[in-house]
Design a protein around this ligand. Structure first.
Ligand code: ZN
Length: 250
């Protein structure tokens, strides 16, 4: 697996653009093995760059060769950033034996910096996947789906990651409907256990063209991807701990 093989190789995945200040503050901008608190092995993998050339990176925690790969994305829509507290907390937690976590704080770094839902092209990245993509809205409008499927560099980066990684479970945090969504075609048992563990209802939030999780479940039917809609505002320490425990139990 090319991405996993990248871990620990200096210069691997090199990009000409600078990493975001937030990423650089946590780990060096090059891809290499680092030690996280508690002796948990981790590494930083560059996945791609945003429209405005910010790094899109994953922090890999645990044994990169572990068979059960879990992808957790803290922020997709840039005005829904609460989930980043969970992905950042997971960096210093040890995954269960046989599991490795791929933690993407910000899939949409430009939107997160600007506090806006869309990326810097005005595209809603969760309407830009190939799954039943169709034109929606106009540039800058809420659900603008872009000029075509995977038109955006962020979408290409995550698409390639998913196809290479085949994560057994993927969790995508949004806000602020306060539910776990069971509509995108994943394993409802897994989704239901997660919902119970974090105290959120398991509900059908609707199926949308260009949805990332629905694309994942349609493309990789043995894996499960689902949306967790967190409540509005920042998460309490207790809530963060509950989500961390739920991910450890996956
Ligand atoms: Zn959202």
């Amino acid at each position: 697996m090319a991405l996993l093989a990248c871990l620990g190789l200096a210069g691997c995945g090199q990009a000409s653009t600078k990493p975001s200040a937030q990423t650089a503050a946590v780990t060096p901008p090059t891809t290499r093995q680092v030690s996280a608190p508690g002796g948990v092995g981790s590494g930083l993998v560059r996945l791609g760059t945003s429209v405005l050339h910010r790094a899109i990176s994953a922090v890999v925690v645990g044994d990169p060769a572990a068979r059960r790969r879990i992808l957790v994305v803290g922020c997709v829509h840039g005005n829904e950033t609460a989930g980043e507290a969970i992905t950042r907390r997971l960096r210093s937690v040890r995954p269960p034996a046989g599991s490795v976590w791929w933690l993407v704080d910000e899939f949409n770094p430009d939107g997160c910096r600007a506090g806006m839902r869309q990326n810097a092209d005005g595209v809603d990245l969760n309407r830009n996947s190939p799954w039943r993509w169709r034109p929606l809205d106009r540039p800058g409008e809420t659900y603008y789906s872009g000029p075509g499927p995977l038109s955006e560099p962020e979408s290409k980066a995550i698409n390639q990651l998913v196809l290479r990684l085949h994560p057994a479970v993927s969790i995508w945090y949004h806000q602020h409907a306060a539910l776990v969504d069971n509509s995108s075609g994943g394993d409802v048992g897994i989704e239901g256990r997660y919902a119970a563990a974090v105290g959120l209802p398991l509900l059908n939030y609707g199926v949308f063209p260009g949805s990332i999780t629905t694309w994942q479940n349609a493309s990789l039917p043995h894996d499960t991807a689902f949306v967790v809609e967190l409540p509005g505002g920042p998460l309490s320490r207790r809530s963060i701990a509950r989500h961390v425990a739920a991910i450890r139990a996956l």
